[in-house]
Design a protein around this ligand. Structure first.
Ligand code: ZDP
Length: 281
């Protein structure tokens, strides 16, 4: 199986182009094998490009644990760049079908080169049943949740996939490897959750560390940065356009007046290759 390794802010993906020929096999099992950093290629996710009846392309993504999330912000920037530079789309705006609905990345060119990608990530979902979160209807904004005998204040947002945002004085001091898995698998979240710790620096900047569902700590999370931007506004902490500083670099997040969230950031190639590790279902 041929693949291209790409990354957005160090959140890295194995892209498999299934447009001409649909790759066979068990995609979840293949993701588990290929994403392994010692026995595989190594990545935070396996991304499949497939034909779509409703958009330019259909994207499916699989976490390193084999689960299939609804959306992936950093990967969709990589997908847009790949399609444009391989002449698989003509337009600078690409319509991508995902389990989170239609997502529209737009390539930003500088001297004919893709400098960055701005993505219309759609509308955030804030109601409990849409995230999903157990309990009676409503929103979860700055609500207490007890973990390990400590009370954390959580704000929950879905960008197609679930996110739980916690504001802290300093992200550096957060024991992410301890709290991450406990929050990810907390019974409050029937489909588990991604977890973001956010330190607001001023009204337009924040630091963030992320624990991803099915992947663990990663250097960046696009949907997570969008959820963090929305959570900042729900808690009256920032303006509607902020820079989110992640371990792998910066994303610009804007929750615009039309209720859509826009994310801008880089997408880069690492290498291409061929592997015989794919699992035949
Ligand atoms: O929702 C999930 O299970 C995530 N692990 C999916 C990946 C999200 C990602 N980090 C992003 O950038 O949005 C790729």
């Amino acid at each position: 199986m041929k693949f291209t390794k790409m990354q957005g802010l160090g959140n890295d993906f194995i892209l498999v182009d299934g447009l001409a020929e649909k790759p066979g096999g068990d995609y979840g099992e293949t993701a588990r094998k290929l994403c392994d950093r010692h026995f595989g290629i190594g990545a935070d996710g396996l991304v499949l490009l497939l034909p779509s009846r409703t958009a330019d392309i259909r994207m499916r993504i699989f976490n390193p644990d084999g689960s299939e999330p609804e959306m992936c912000g950093n990967a969709i920037r990589c997908v847009a760049r790949y399609l444009y530079e391989h002449d698989l789309v003509k337009d600078r705006t690409v319509r991508v079908e995902t389990l989170a609905g239609l997502i529209v990345p737009e390539l930003i060119l500088e001297e004919q080169r893709v400098a960055s990608v701005r993505v219309d990530m759609g509308e955030p979902r804030l109601e409990r049943d849409l995230i999903p979160i157990e309990g009676s209807p409503g929103r979860v904004v700055n609500q207490p949740l007890s973990v390990d005998g400590k009370v954390l204040k959580i704000t929950c947002v879905s960008m197609g996939n679930p996110h739980c945002v916690i504001f802290v004085p300093a992200v550096r001091d957060v024991p992410l490897a301890v709290l991450g898995p406990k929050l990810e698998t907390h019974p409050l979240f029937p489909r588990r959750t991604n977890v973001e710790f956010v330190q607001v620096l001023n009204d337009s900047e924040a630091n963030m560390r992320v624990w991803e569902r099915g992947a663990g700590e990663t250097l960046a999370c696009g949907t997570g940065a969008c959820a963090a931007g929305v959570a900042c506004i729900l808690n009256n902490l920032t303006t509607r356009k902020i820079t989110v500083h992640l371990a792998g670099g910066d994303l610009i997040i804007e929750w615009a007046a039309n209720n859509h969230v826009y994310m801008t950031g880089p997408a880069e190639y690492v290498f291409s290759g061929e592997t015989d590790l794919a699992v035949n279902g």
